[in-house]
Write a new protein. Structure first.
Length: 565
């Protein structure tokens, strides 16, 4: 006998002993007819602190309408979001990656405490997607993610601009290439609408990945946040989650190892963010899936980089939407045998069945290249190892002509010190910049280095200077950069041993990150290294520091969630 649709929430709504519970629910709009319906949570990251999430309340209303129309009862609740664009370059960025864990915990708490039968998660800013995905894997109830959608590009001097344009304009201003009037013009035009950062940065990368994994509706991740189609998408999400409840389609039936591989392959073809690695490791950890760094290189060796999207390319997510979106790219990948077409999705259909109903990319479009002429024959993300990164590190090469460097190190103990050196033009072509104490535990919080990398690009040093860090990079970063160096300095990683002038090699071809030092010298220097002191040992960040694990396992704060047999 199948379970009733409200088999979780009935402990709240059924029987004489639950009269007090029902009295509370009556006060928020439920009546006698509603108590037999499945109770479906709508987890909204709505916030007026960031354009990525400022419109999610409108979408949440449409999701609720869809749930009502299908026969369920929706209840909306909020979770916090930290804006990377606002937090970038200062202490606020320490809260970004930890917010991913907090989002997962908040959804866990609300779905568990309210005994929701299912939930729809809505998000826009970077950590919303992985936070929701981690909660889905952990809770294993019917769940669907609705992306708020990409922002439309701004226009300046006839060219599309976005959030990265203004960060790079700062670098140009610092070295006298533009004046303050031009800087102000770019600032005023770069963020013209609600929606998430427009290139194939972290938000669009993760949204595309979640669609390819099957936890979002087909075509959903490409729709811009300002389009009326996004309202229809939201209502469809409400109806789809009710159907998933009817089918008993819980998250772990969708989030298989093959589904994770579909997400990775699609993101690689699109030229996605390095943060993909960190977030999928974490989500797999919560789901009980054995995903490892080696899987990324294994898959990357057979997946070409096809989409000419920013930051390494010319176009933005809205351009991709206009020619067929993520489904069009997935159809290409499926035809080439690169996707697992038999994976189940939130629609109740397989990936292949969903894609059969979607149009192909528009004829003559120039945004996504063919397999016979890709931007790069292999994925634009590579996992490096060596005596500087025995636990691995992540290199992104999209848009680069130069993919390796050997040069003298210039070492900085934090992002601020490096940024000041960049401002003072102390970084020269051929240097390998090392920024440490920015890892998950040492930072704490594993800040992104977009302010530094964008300033270097703005100064014309994007491919002539290498940069490595135990911190992270924004999805908007481009240049010869390596992040997630593990173990981090705070855990005694070899990055702590590097000194000014040491010769460092970063190489995509050799998958290598190394320093010309003997094991003996590295060990002696690590033993003598004294990390910088800080005051981040209490409150939210202090709890995160105490619990967080290495980047090579996703910078998670929980134990492996063993998947039941």
């Amino acid at each position: 006998m199948s379970k009733p649709l409200n088999h979780r929430s009935h402990v709240v709504t059924q029987g004489p002993s639950r009269a007090p519970n029902r009295a509370m629910l009556r006060a928020v709009g439920m009546n006698d007819e509603d108590f037999d319906k499945p109770l479906i949570g709508v987890a909204s990251g709505w916030s007026q602190t960031t354009p990525c999430n400022a419109h999610l309340n409108t979408l949440a209303e449409q999701v609720c309408i869809g749930i009502y129309e299908a026969g369920g009862f929706p209840q909306t609740f909020g979770y916090p979001t930290a804006s990377d664009g606002i937090g970038m370059g200062h202490e606020g960025m320490r809260y970004s990656l930890p917010s991913r864990e907090l989002i997962a915990d908040c959804i866990d708490m609300m779905v568990g405490g309210s005994r929701f039968d299912a939930f729809v998660g809505l998000g826009g800013c970077d950590k919303n997607m992985p936070g929701n995905l981690m909660a889905m894997g952990r809770l294993d109830v019917p769940a669907l993610f609705l992306y708020g959608g990409t922002i439309s590009p701004g226009v300046h001097d006839g060219k599309d601009i976005d959030i990265v344009s203004i960060f790079e304009a700062v670098g140009k201003y610092q070295c006298g290439l533009i004046d303050e009037e031009e800087l102000n013009a770019v600032e005023n035009k770069s963020i013209p609408t609600h929606g998430s950062c427009g290139g194939m940065y972290t938000a669009n990368t993760m949204a595309s990945c979640l669609e390819a994994m099957g936890v979002s509706l087909p075509g959903s991740s490409s729709i811009p946040g300002t389009k009326s189609a996004k309202l229809l998408d939201a209502r469809a999400a409400g109806k789809a989650i009710y159907k998933a409840v009817e089918l008993g389609l819980t998250s772990r039936k969708i989030m298989t190892k093959e589904a994770f591989e579909n997400g990775i392959i699609t993101a690689f073809a699109l030229g996605g963010s390095t943060n993909l690695v960190l977030h999928l490791l974490a989500a797999a950890h919560e789901t009980g899936i054995k995903l490892e760094l080696s899987d990324f290189n294994r898959l990357g060796a057979k997946v070409p980089h096809l989409a000419d999207l920013k930051p390494g390319g010319k176009y933005v997510m809205e351009d991709l939407y206009n020619v067929g979106g993520v489904p069009g790219v997935m159809k290409m990948l499926l035809k080439e045998g690169l996707l697992h077409g038999d994976c189940l999705t939130i629609t109740g259909k397989t990936v292949a069945e969903n894609l059969a109903e979607q149009p192909s990319l528009a004829s003559g479009q120039r945004i996504v290249l063919g397999f016979d002429s890709p931007l790069k024959a292999t994925a634009p993300i590579k996992i490096l190892h060596g005596n500087l990164a025995p636990g691995g590190a992540v290199l992104k090469t999209s848009g680069l002509k130069v993919t390796e460097i050997t040069g003298p190190a210039k070492v900085f103990e934090c992002e601020e010190d490096c940024f000041e050196a960049v401002k003072q033009k102390q970084i020269q072509a051929g240097d390998v910049v090392v920024i440490r104490n920015e890892g998950p535990k040492g930072g704490p919080g594993m800040r992104e280095m977009l302010a530094v990398t964008a300033a270097l690009v703005g100064q014309g040093l994007g491919e002539s200077v290498g940069l490595l860090t135990d911190g992270r990079f924004s999805g908007g970063t481009h240049g010869l950069v390596v992040g997630h160096v593990a173990p981090e300095a705070a855990l005694g990683g070899p990055i702590a041993a590097v000194q000014d002038g040491d010769i460092v090699t970063m190489s995509e071809a050799k998958a290598e990150l190394s320093v010309e030092l003997s094991d003996k010298v590295i060990a002696e220097r690590i033993a003598a290294y004294v990390p910088i002191e800080d005051n981040y040992n209490s409150g939210f960040i202090g709890k995160y520091r105490a619990l967080v694990r290495s980047a090579e396992v996703g910078a998670v704060t929980s134990e492996f969630n063993q998947k039941p047999e």
